[in-house]
Write a protein that binds this ligand. Structure first.
Ligand SMILES: [Mg+2]
Ligand SMILES: [Zn+2]
Length: 181
């Protein structure tokens, strides 16, 4: 597998998701092993980026400054295990804004592919929701599902062209699988 760029969804993949939205740095809680998994991907030579829908911004549940403080916490905890992410791309829009970046639209993923000058074929998108997988497919990237967050529900919904999507228990298992390829 000649993948160069790994694009991660955030909520439900890196940190605990919440139906009430993750609205503060205090509510940003890493899933067990996820930060070490990112460090593992770094050590394997992957560029790691994040592509995240954050409609809580459009909905007024939190502001940009609060989002930055969540990501400062993320980067600090990640740095403590010798990991890093090269870019965090966020869609700040709501479902009615008709933007081109809110997943399942491919805008966020395309932006990262351009930024890192990657071949879409060489890009792996890891998510927990159908819209992550659909955005990956629309951008021409490879999709991987994890069973954290919404992942177990999403797994039941895999059909059509997504039926063959590789599924792993969590980001740590997905990273191990990438290391074996
Ligand atoms: Mg998610
Ligand atoms: Zn957007």
């Amino acid at each position: 597998m000649a993948a160069t760029l790994v694009i991660l969804d955030r909520d439900g993949v890196i940190n605990e998701d919440s139906k009430d939205y993750v609205k503060s740095a205090d509510e940003w809680i890493p899933l067990p092993g996820s930060l070490e998994a990112i460090a593992h991907l770094n050590a394997l030579g992957f560029t790691v980026a994040v592509a995240s829908n954050q409609s809580g911004l459009a909905r007024g549940y939190f502001d940009r400054q609060t989002l930055r403080s969540m990501h400062r916490k993320f980067r600090r905890l990640l740095g403590a295990v010798d990991g890093h992410v090269d870019r965090i791309e966020v869609c700040p829009h709501g479902p009615d804004d008709d933007c081109s970046c809110r997943k399942p639209k491919p805008g966020l993923i395309r932006r990262l592919i351009r930024r890192f000058d990657a071949e879409p074929d060489d890009v792996i998108v890891i998510g927990d929701s159908l819209r992550d997988l659909e955005a990956a497919a629309a951008a021409g990237a490879r999709a991987v599902l994890v069973r954290t967050g919404n992942g177990r529900e999403t797994e039941k919904q895999l059909s059509g062209s997504l039926a063959g999507t590789p599924v792993y228990d969590d980001l740590a298992q997905a990273a191990r699988a990438l290391s074996e390829n």
